[in-house]
Design a protein around this ligand. Structure first.
Ligand code: HEM
Ligand code: SF4
Length: 532
C-alpha cells in the first residue's frame, strides 16, 4: 500500500461503512494525491475527458479547482504558511498569471493565502514544478484537507509579539504534509497559531492561543470553531496547555482522531464541532490524548512528540484585542526597520501588480512580504532611508498605505465572476458600494465589513461589524440581486458573531441602507453636499 492511499489502517474504506456519501466513495476509490505524477498525462488528455470525481473532487488534493463559471480555466490555491511570501516566489506567480493573458488574475484570501486564476490543465505539471523550485506548494489546499495555516502576519517583526509564529506554523505544515499527515479527512480543517495580543483565531477548528502556564509561555488549545450555512461557532477551550514544541505532534493527533471518527455520512454535520457535541468536551480531550499516546508509542517521539508535556489548563490566554490592520508605515521591533502595510482593494491582484509588489519588496525592503486575513499585503524590513522612495512609488496610488476607514479592512469572497455558488458579484459590488459610501459619509474609525456571495459564508460575514451576504429579494414585483445584512460582529477580547439584521436589501438600495446604518450606529457624519 502506498503512503498516499486513503484506505490505510485506521481510516474508513468504502467497504467499512455502507452509507458513505458519493463524495466519500470517490475519495475512498482514489486519493487525489495519487494524481500528481499523472498531471502531465491528464493535461494532454484534456479536462473534458476527466471523470466528474477527478475533475471536481480529487484534483483539489493538489490545490487545482475546476471552475464551472470558467470551464477549462482552473484556479490553483497555494499554501502560504503564516502568509509569508518572498519576492522571488511572488515573481514566479506573477509570471504564471501573466501567461494566462486576459484570463489571469489572483486573489489574496482570508487565510493569508493566494489563489491563481485562469490556468489551463496542461499548465499544471509545469506549474507544480515551478512552485517546487521556489519552495511553494498547492498540495492539500482544497476540499477535505487541512487548509492554509494562519499565524500572526507580523511574526518576527512585531514589537508587541509574545512569540514568533512562523517556525511553529512551518513545523505544523511540515507535519501535516508529511507521511503521518491526514489524507482523507471527513471535511476541511482550519488551524491557526496566535503570537500577539491581537490575533483573532476562534473561527478555526483548532487554534493555539499564547498562554502562560507555571511561568512558561506556551499555548492554550481552542477547538471547534467554524462557519457554515447551517451553523456558526467560535472555538471553545479544550482545557489543555502545550509547550510550543508540541504543537505539530498534537495537531497530528487531533487530525488522526478526526480522520478516524469524524462524520462521513452527513457532510453538513462533519466539522470538528459536531464530533465535540457527540463525544462531550472532556471525553474528547481524553480520546485525543489517548490517540497521541498511541501514536507516540507507535512512531516515536521525533514524529509524535511528548504527550506528557500537555497540562490541564483553564483556557485563559494573552489575546486581548481585535487585530491591528497593520497598514501604513509602522516601526518594527528591529531598530531602524519598518513594515509598510498596503491596502489591496478586495485582495484582487493582476500580473503587473504582483510583479511590481515583488520589485518594491526587493528594492526597498528585504525581499519579503506578508499577507493578512484582511486581504492586504505588507512589505517588511524597510530601512528608514527607503521609506520616502517606497511611498513615492506609483503602485501606492493603487494599493494605498492610507485607505479610507471603510476600505482598510473590508474583505470579500470571490463572487460570481469565478464562483458558481455566488448570488451576486461580490467583489465588484463591495468596491462600488464602499466608494459610494465614502463619497457620502466621513467615519472617525475603521468599520470592518465582510462581504460574501452566498450562504456558504467564505467571506466570513459573521466576523464583520457589518456582514453582507449575497441573496435575492423582491423589488417592484421582480426578484433582484440583494444582500442580507448582519450586524454586531466583534473580534476583540470577547469575540461575538454578527446576527441577522435584514434578510434582503436589493443591491440598488444598499448604499442608502448602509449610509443610514453607518450614521446611526458607527458615528459616521454625512458629508456636506458639494454646491454646484
Ligand atoms: C459548503 C460550504 C462551502 C463551499 C461549497 C465553499 C466553496 C468555496 C469555493 C468554490 C471557493 C473558491 C472560489 C473561488 O475563488 O473560485 C472557496 C474559497 C474560500 N472559502 Fe469556501 N466554501 C464553503 C464554506 C466556507 C466557509 C464556511 C468558510 C469560512 C468562513 C470558507 C472559507 C473560504 C476561504 C478562506 C476561501 C479562500 C481560499 C482559502 O484561502 O482557503 N468557505 N470556497
Ligand atoms: S461564499 Fe459562496 S460565492 Fe463566495 S466564494 Fe464561497 S461559495 Fe463562492
Amino acid at each position: 500500500m502506498t503512503q498516499t492511499s486513503p484506505a490505510r489502517a485506521g481510516v474508513p474504506s468504502a467497504d467499512a461503512k455502507p452509507a458513505l456519501s458519493k463524495i466519500e466513495q470517490a475519495k475512498a476509490e482514489l486519493c487525489g494525491l495519487e494524481l500528481e505524477p499523472r498531471l502531465d498525462e491528464l493535461g494532454r488528455q484534456g479536462w473534458e475527458s476527466l471523470d466528474e470525481a477527478t475533475l471536481t473532487i480529487r484534483l483539489k488534493w493538489l490545490g487545482i479547482f475546476f471552475r464551472p463559471v470558467t470551464p477549462g480555466r482552473f484556479m490553483v490555491r497555494l499554501r502560504l504558511p503564516n502568509g509569508v511570501i518572498s519576492a522571488d516566489q511572488l515573481e514566479v506567480l506573477a509570471d504564471v498569471v501573466d501567461r494566462c493573458g486576459e484570463h489571469g488574475s489572483a486573489d489574496i484570501t482570508t487565510r493569508q493565502n493566494i489563489q491563481l486564476r485562469g490556468l489551463l490543465l496542461e499548465d499544471m505539471a509545469p506549474l507544480m514544478a515551478a512552485l517546487k523550485r521556489v519552495g511553494l506548494t498547492s498540495r492539500q489546499s482544497g476540499h477535505d484537507n487541512p487548509r492554509n495555516l494562519t499565524g500572526n502576519p507580523l511574526a518576527g517583526i512585531d514589537p508587541e509579539e509574545f512569540i514568533d509564529t512562523r517556525p511553529l506554523v512551518a513545523a505544523i505544515q511540515e507535519a501535516l504534509l508529511g507521511p503521518c499527515g491526514p489524507r482523507n479527512l471527513p471535511r476541511k480543517f482550519n488551524v491557526a497559531v496566535g503570537g500577539a495580543p491581537d490575533s483573532f483565531l476562534l473561527h478555526n477548528d483548532l487554534a493555539f492561543l499564547p498562554a502562560i502556564h507555571q511561568g512558561e509561555l506556551g499555548f492554550t488549545v481552542m477547538v471547534g470553531g467554524f462557519f457554515s450555512a447551517q451553523r456558526n461557532e467560535l472555538a471553545v477551550p479544550l482545557g489543555l496547555w502545550l509547550p510550543a514544541g508540541q504543537l505539530p505532534a498534537f495537531t497530528l493527533a487531533v487530525l488522526r482522531h478526526y480522520e478516524r471518527h469524524g462524520n462521513r455520512q452527513q457532510r453538513n454535520k462533519s466539522r470538528l464541532m459536531y464530533l465535540l457535541d457527540q463525544l462531550g468536551l472532556e471525553p474528547y480531550r481524553q480520546v485525543v490524548l489517548d490517540t497521541w499516546q498511541e501514536l507516540a508509542a507507535e512512531l516515536g517521539p521525533e514524529l509524535f512528540g511528548d504527550p506528557t508535556a500537555a497540562c490541564p489548563h483553564d483556557g485563559s490566554h494573552l489575546v486581548s484585542r481585535a487585530p491591528r490592520a497593520g497598514l501604513g508605515v509602522q516601526p518594527q521591533k528591529q531598530e531602524g526597520l519598518h513594515w509598510v502595510g498596503l491596502h489591496v482593494p478586495m485582495g484582487r491582484l493582476d500580473a503587473e501588480a504582483m510583479a511590481e509588489l515583488a520589485r518594491l519588496a526587493r528594492s526597498h525592503g528585504s525581499g519579503e512580504l506578508r499577507l493578512t486575513e484582511a486581504q492586504n499585503a505588507l512589505i517588511v524590513n524597510v530601512p528608514a532611508e527607503r521609506l520616502e522612495p517606497l511611498l513615492a512609488e506609483p503602485l501606492l496610488q493603487r494599493f494605498r498605505p492610507d485607505p479610507s476607514p471603510l476600505q482598510a479592512e473590508a474583505v470579500s469572497c470571490t463572487g460570481n465572476a469565478y464562483c458558481g455558488f455566488a448570488l451576486i458579484p461580490t467583489k465588484g459590488t463591495a468596491q462600488a458600494v464602499l466608494e459610494e459610501l465614502e463619497a457620502r459619509v466621513e467615519l472617525p474609525h475603521a468599520v470592518r465589513m465582510h462581504w460574501t456571495g452566498c450562504p456558504n459564508a467564505c467571506g466570513q460575514p459573521h466576523m464583520g461589524q457589518i456582514g453582507l451576504m449575497g441573496a435575492k429579494a423582491r423589488k417592484d414585483g421582480q426578484m433582484v440581486e440583494a444582500a442580507k445584512i448582519f450586524l454586531g460582529g466583534s473580534m476583540d477580547a470577547d469575540p461575538r458573531l454578527a446576527e441577522l439584521h435584514d434578510k434582503g436589501v436589493p443591491l440598488s438600495d444598499l448604499p442608502d441602507v448602509l449610509e443610514e446604518l453607518l450614521v446611526e450606529r458607527f458615528d459616521a457624519r454625512r458629508r456636506q453636499p458639494v454646491s454646484s
